[in-house]
Design a protein around this ligand. Structure first.
Ligand SMILES: [Zn+2]
Ligand SMILES: [Zn+2]
Length: 288
């Protein structure tokens, strides 16, 4: 076919950067940091961002089973700082967190993280309003999982509003699996809500993540209905491994599938993130 002459003969490379990597501190990832780093180097990744589930300063004595504790922050950062130094000629190591935007805890949790070196944050909004059942019991908001099957408008609004809050905070560099929210209600409402979120991300120049864990785990995301809306809004995207094992840093087939989704939906893919260094809220006013 004559069209073949226009197809670039250059093979598309594997990822050159991944900003979505976990560690054992979240209790549902395996492998130590060194194994992740060496797997990334072998995969040709030149920038490896660690973004473990951020500590949150919950109240009421609630302790999460799927994130590091606040007192582990120092050790997380010092481990990565030492490895960054050791591997500096082979790979760039970044220190980040995947952190929900929970208005109740956001300001304090962000301030606590910012006491140590931090390069970037990504927002993965796993819960609609909160994850602390003790707070829900006191009427302080839903602790429902965003990926449950939802059909009520207020839940859609809750998810979108949290993401808008995250975007508006100015401290996030990427929206992780923005299509984690699962909807069984009126498609027109979904379109309206997600378009609102996507336009805000586009205006703030924050890319959306096409999540490889969703692909290899056969989850409901990446959701093409969502990515068509992202394309309509003119969003940019980045592929993220969401690695919970070192081997999840090399998934060439899943990368191919993610690139196909982006292409079909008219979403422009970036190779790297423009990182926003997080700073505590109000720190500008506190500076003399
Ligand atoms: Zn996780
Ligand atoms: Zn993650």
């Amino acid at each position: 076919m004559w069209e073949g002459a226009f197809i670039s003969p250059v093979m598309q490379k594997y990822l050159i950067a991944n900003y979505h990597t976990h560690t054992m501190r979240c209790h549902h990832a395996s492998g130590d940091e060194r194994e992740y780093i060496e797997r990334a180097i072998r995969s040709g990744i030149r920038t490896l961002g660690f973004s473990d589930h951020a500590p949150q300063l919950f109240d009421g004595g609630y302790v999460s089973g799927f994130r590091m504790l606040p007192e582990q922050t120092e050790e997380y950062v010092s481990t990565l700082c030492a490895l960054r130094e050791e591997y500096r000629s082979d790979i760039q190591i970044l220190i980040g967190y995947e952190m929900e935007y929970y208005p109740r805890y956001f300001e304090q949790s962000l301030a606590a993280i910012c006491r140590y070196p931090v390069d970037y944050l990504i927002v993965g909004q796993h819960f609609l309003e909160n994850e602390n059942p003790l707070v829900r019991a006191r009427g302080g908001g839903s602790d429902e999982y965003s990926g449950g099957m939802h059909a009520e408008q207020w839940k859609l609004d809750a998810y979108v509003d949290r993401m808008l809050g995250a975007i508006g905070s100015g401290v996030y560099s990427c929206l992780a699996h923005p299509d984690l929210f699962r909807w069984a209600g009126d498609p027109a409402l979904y379109h309206e809500g997600m378009l609102r979120m996507c336009r805000a991300a586009r205006d703030a120049r924050i890319p959306l993540e096409l999540n490889l864990l969703g692909i290899i785990d056969n989850r409901w995301y990446p959701n093409e209905a969502f990515w068509r809306i992202a394309g309509e809004a003119g969003c940019e995207a980045i592929i993220g491994c969401d690695a919970h094992t070192p081997d999840a840093l090399y998934l060439p087939q899943a990368v191919e599938q993610a690139r196909d989704i982006a292409q079909r939906c008219g979403v422009v893919l970036r190779d790297t993130l423009a990182l926003v260094p997080p700073i505590p809220l109000h720190s500008a006013e506190q500076t003399p």
